[in-house]
Design a protein around this ligand. Structure first.
Ligand code: SF4
Ligand code: SF4
Length: 156
């Protein structure tokens, strides 16, 4: 009897955890709603930029270079995500709030050249369905007394 108990004990411990609802997010069918303070890819508001160069000067990773934009005067930031650490200094110190973070994280690439975002690229933030066509819903986590669960926030 003692031997049977010994054999069954691990199953008794594991079974409740296996049977309760999933703790994982079924990405890319569903995606978490991130905190407003989340740091994803930048958005650049071209009209707000005054070409001061503060963002490039404060960047600790030297990821920002000011470059010209066709049809516009002055120079605007270009960001190299191959080196950017998403520290947030450029956003924090920009005097006109021309730079801000979005919640876009889907921009990885095996080609380093494709991680360099021109001002025009930074000014365009695609709809999430363009980036993840099969995305069906946004969800957010919440805590019950014993576990974390997810609830639907938006159907797409
Ligand atoms: S987030 Fe930080 S590392 Fe990235 S471009 Fe801005 S200042 Fe540089
Ligand atoms: S994005 Fe902001 S900090 Fe950078 S050059 Fe333009 S105004 Fe200056």
């Amino acid at each position: 009897m003692a031997l049977v108990k010994k054999i069954l004990k691990p199953f008794m411990v594991v079974a409740p955890k296996v049977l309760r609802s999933s703790q994982t997010v079924a990405y890319p069918d569903e995606r978490l709603v991130f905190s407003p303070r989340f740091r994803g890819r930048h958005r650049l508001h071209l009209d707000r930029c005054i070409h001061c160069g503060t963002c490039a000067r404060v960047c600790p990773c030297s990821s920002i270079l000011l470059v010209e934009v066709e049809g516009r005067e002055g120079k605007y930031p270009r960001i190299d995500y191959g080196t950017c650490s998403l520290c947030g200094f450029c956003v924090e110190f920009c005097p006109t709030k021309a730079l801000e973070f979005t919640d876009l994280v889907e921009f990885s690439s095996m080609d380093r050249g494709r991680l360099i975002y021109t001002p025009e690229m930074l000014s365009h933030v695609p709809d999430i369905k363009e980036v993840i066509p099969r995305l069906k819903r946004r969800i957010e986590p919440y805590l019950t007394e014993s576990e974390m669960k997810y609830r639907k926030v938006e159907e797409l």
